[in-house]
Design a protein around this ligand. Sequence first.
Ligand code: FE
Length: 335
Amino acid sequence: MKSLFIIFLFLSAGLFVHAAEINVYSHRHYDSDAVLFEKFTKETGIKVNVVKGSADQLIQRLISEGKNSPADVLLTVDAGRLHRAKEAGILQPVKSKKLQQNVPPSMSDPDGHWYGMTVRARVIVYAKGRVKPTELSTYEDLASPKWRARIAVRSSSNIYNQSLLASIIAANGPDKALSWAKAVRKNMVRAPRGSDRDQARTVASGLADVAVINTYYLGILANSTTVADREVAKKVGVFFPNQKGRGAHINVSGGGVTSSSKNKKEAIQFLEFLTNPQSQKTFGEQSYEYPVKIETNRSKLLESWGPFKADKVNLSVLGTKNSEAVKIFDRAGWE
Ligand code: FE
């Protein structure tokens, strides 16, 4: 009898260890994440195993692993990609009161396949001294001839630009989106190349006067160990476009529970943890991203850029209009 009891204890301990682990496939590569994952383990006893890769690699891997995938959670950036993951059937719908409290409806999939975790605004940065903020207004205005040979922006293969164009299609329709893309292409100082940070460097160097980049890259530049990058951050100003209209284009990084998850409860707990107010603050301080409730931002640097109005279009639209955006970029000759 005693030995049976010991066997029982042994088995239940084994079960416990098995359940108290989650496998996370993550495209994110920020220090904030490691800090938060560790804190989550401390608070819950649930170990977090992370597999890193590019978003497309991880989505492909989840598709080919199918039901046998060991993954419980997929974390990635851009609502367009989260939508792709949903469409590929690798995420499952999740309902949680806490997630619904933590994440505004416009920042999550209407069916609960994914939830936003952090927000980034795609803004205009301008050369302080050469451009006055009063000369800037909207994304649409970047098509004006006054910006001829003055704009730096990256390639159309980049999903951030695809999502920006998707938001413009949603706001203005495909025809106006096409003429916009054509005109902006004409206004570029050079064929698109490089990263968002490179566009800011191009403005700081004097080659371009304005660029379109995600906000957190300015945070990364401002806090860089490289003097030259810190100088770049000082030379450019941040402008939130479309403040008198629909608001600045924003996007999320976010996550969902995989269809294959064997630890659904723990996976949900993990997403609830990452979206709770304390974790949201950590993202702002360590990776310069906005919390999903933008107005609750308490990061000093983000505060210094000022408050802004964000486009309230449901972010799943960025996914549903993605292929149309890619086609329009093609037709516009935006490489
Ligand atoms: Fe990025």
